[in-house]
Write a protein that binds this ligand. Sequence first.
Ligand SMILES: *[C@@H]1O[C@H](CO)[C@@H](O)[C@H](O)[C@H]1NC(C)=O
Ligand SMILES: *[C@@H]1O[C@H](CO)[C@@H](O)[C@H](O)[C@H]1NC(C)=O
Ligand SMILES: *[C@@H]1O[C@H](CO)[C@@H](O)[C@H](O)[C@H]1NC(C)=O
Ligand SMILES: *[C@@H]1O[C@H](CO)[C@@H](O)[C@H](O)[C@H]1NC(C)=O
Ligand SMILES: *[C@@H]1O[C@H](CO)[C@@H](O)[C@H](O)[C@H]1NC(C)=O
Ligand SMILES: *[C@@H]1O[C@H](CO)[C@@H](O)[C@H](O)[C@H]1NC(C)=O
Ligand SMILES: *[C@@H]1O[C@H](CO)[C@@H](O)[C@H](O)[C@H]1NC(C)=O
Ligand SMILES: *[C@@H]1O[C@H](CO)[C@@H](O)[C@H](O)[C@H]1NC(C)=O
Ligand SMILES: *[C@@H]1O[C@H](CO)[C@@H](O)[C@H](O)[C@H]1NC(C)=O
Ligand SMILES: *[C@@H]1O[C@H](CO)[C@@H](O)[C@H](O)[C@H]1NC(C)=O
Ligand SMILES: *[C@@H]1O[C@H](CO)[C@@H](O)[C@H](O)[C@H]1NC(C)=O
Length: 568
Amino acid sequence: MEPPSVTPSKGHSSWQGTLLTVSLLLSWSPPTAAQLTLESMPRAVAEGQDVLLLNPSRAVALVYSWYKGDSIEPKDLIVSYVLDTGETTHGPAHTGREALSARGSLILHNVTLADAGTYTLHVRRTKGAPKKWTGQIHVFRKLPKPSIKSSSSNPVGDKDSVTLLCEPETQNTTSQWLINSQSLPDNSRLELSMDNRTLTIHTVTRNESGLYNCRTRNPVSSSHSDSFSLKVLYGPDTPTISPSAEHSSLGNNINLTCQAVSNSCAQYSWFINETSRQSTEQLFIPDSTVGDSGNYICRVHNPATALSRTTAKTITVSVKWLPGMASPKCLTKPSIRASNTTGIKTTGAVVFTCLTKHNGISISWFHDGERLQLTERMELSQDNSSLTINPVRVEDAGNYQCEVSNPGSANRSDSLTLTVEESLTKPSIKASNTTITENMGPVVFTCLTKHSGISISWFHDGERLRLTERMKLSQDNSSLTINPVRMEDAGNYQCDRSEGGLVVSAETIPRLVIAALVIVLLVVTLGYFLFRARTRRFLPHKVFPGDCVLSLCNHRLSPVMAPFLGEQ
Ligand SMILES: *[C@@H]1O[C@H](CO)[C@@H](O)[C@H](O)[C@H]1NC(C)=O
Ligand SMILES: *[C@@H]1O[C@H](CO)[C@@H](O)[C@H](O)[C@H]1NC(C)=O
Ligand SMILES: *[C@@H]1O[C@H](CO)[C@@H](O)[C@H](O)[C@H]1NC(C)=O
Ligand SMILES: *[C@@H]1O[C@H](CO)[C@@H](O)[C@H](O)[C@H]1NC(C)=O
Ligand SMILES: *[C@@H]1O[C@H](CO)[C@@H](O)[C@H](O)[C@H]1NC(C)=O
Ligand SMILES: *[C@@H]1O[C@H](CO)[C@@H](O)[C@H](O)[C@H]1NC(C)=O
Ligand SMILES: *[C@@H]1O[C@H](CO)[C@@H](O)[C@H](O)[C@H]1NC(C)=O
Ligand SMILES: *[C@@H]1O[C@H](CO)[C@@H](O)[C@H](O)[C@H]1NC(C)=O
Ligand SMILES: *[C@@H]1O[C@H](CO)[C@@H](O)[C@H](O)[C@H]1NC(C)=O
Ligand SMILES: *[C@@H]1O[C@H](CO)[C@@H](O)[C@H](O)[C@H]1NC(C)=O
Ligand SMILES: *[C@@H]1O[C@H](CO)[C@@H](O)[C@H](O)[C@H]1NC(C)=O
């Protein structure tokens, strides 16, 4: 701006003129730097852009000269323009990117950082002294994308400090930090450097975990770093053991879960009474016994922080159900199997097996509803799950059951019926003579059997022997003496045995042939017949010559045999 020229106005009173002059004098001040300052368009220019230094002079000038710097030395001349001739002169400071506008403003194309600085415009006018303006061009780089450099990406909480640096360093740039897209919280442990490029977190905690960004800004640009993820390692915190119950009833599963907050992942281990058990979060003890009571300790270790924490819990396994405990375990029904259940001969063996899915329970055996009395022929496996009877006897027949039990509950299997058939050895008959002359004698028949205490009766040609005065039986009927022998004595002889209410019929008939004076001993086969024990009746079987009939009655057998008897 040019200083106003003072010209007294015509037709005004002198006091008025004086007043105006004073006022004008007061308002006029000598040219200041501000008044002679060049302005640039834009005020801040980014590298590569164009900028215009405005010519502030409105008066008609003779010569415009632009200089780099604040002097008007010829060596600093960029360009000058002579109005009269229209001549443009490039000076030594001309880079090839400068040009003059029609109004005398200086245009700088494709500005570089080196273009920043002071410029001077010198104007020679037709009237008055030449005038000089100076001004600045501020050139800024477009900011590159900053990046974050950390002293540690996995600092240990409550221990380490972390320094985050926003790079690269650029002049005349402000930096700002964001945590999870929010500006920095008010936290005495967060410290910024003077230029805000460095963020220090003193004794970092888990709460400072998150995404960090740095933002840079200068008058021509602003830029954002990628997120930096700060993962603070911490923990483990004191673990918790669930469920919280301290009592378990016998036979229940103990299933404990240990949990602790930890970064990175914690390692779990379980101890019972100081003895290491499992290295998992979960501790599982099926079918607990009283011996599983103890001090249960869960230890949690974070290898990243090298810290460990433990929690202990006393667990009592009780035989009795106590309030607050899970209800006693319900035992499901076991099943029973046998190697063989029917047609077992008394010489054979049978193995019963009790099948249950439970562990740690007791197994007991029942015979016809009563607790099995073990005999020397019976053997139980270690855990009582199998019962071997060897050899089987007739009295072993009946219904078998096994029962699983714990102090809280019991469950008995369905019954399995064992039938037993007596295996009798074939009785035999011996005759002193098989051929004999009539009226000679004696002939002695002997009934041979391994079984004792059985009654023996004799048959002749399939019919019960009618004793005559010539015949004599021994005390136990085991031998028959005929003396003297007559023709009518010839034929087949059988010896029978009977015992108690049952009749044991045995066999063997040597044929006494007197006509030919020959007694033929026939070899006989042996058959087995069952009979009805309840009625204690001999089975109505015909005893054929040469047959051996054995029958037994046993009160144990009776219910077992009932179904078979009906078929007879
Ligand atoms: C601007 O200058 C740079 C070097 O300073 C050059 O590479 C670029 O081509 C120039 N751009 C223009 C539009 O002249
Ligand atoms: C840029 O920074 C430099 C050095 O720190 C300084 O001399 C200059 O004046 C600054 N420019 C601006 C535009 O702030
Ligand atoms: C640093 O940032 C604070 C606010 O976070 C701001 O007040 C201050 O001016 C900044 N300093 C610099 C040098 O950028
Ligand atoms: C983390 O922040 C939570 C909630 O703001 C606070 O309760 C807790 O004490 C803090 N933890 C630490 C280690 O500073
Ligand atoms: C133990 O309990 C957990 C939950 O509390 C369950 O997920 C898991 O299946 C249980 N384990 C067994 C073997 O029952
Ligand atoms: C733990 O110790 C107690 C007391 O000595 C004992 O009764 C219990 O059986 C022990 N438990 C285990 C699982 O060893
Ligand atoms: C025995 O187990 C069966 C299922 O196998 C169940 O239905 C029954 O209730 C149980 N009985 C007892 C007395 O626990
Ligand atoms: C079971 O009995 C049957 C018939 O008496 C017999 O054939 C089989 O060999 C027996 N099996 C066993 C395992 O004793
Ligand atoms: C096996 O059975 C016998 C009696 O039959 C009993 O005394 C014993 O305790 C049982 N053993 C087991 C492990 O159940
Ligand atoms: C058969 O009987 C006669 C007379 O009774 C006797 O002398 C003879 O020794 C007997 N024979 C045999 C083989 O026992
Ligand atoms: C011997 O047999 C007779 C008839 O055959 C009979 O009456 C008697 O009871 C039997 N004696 C013995 C001990 O079996």
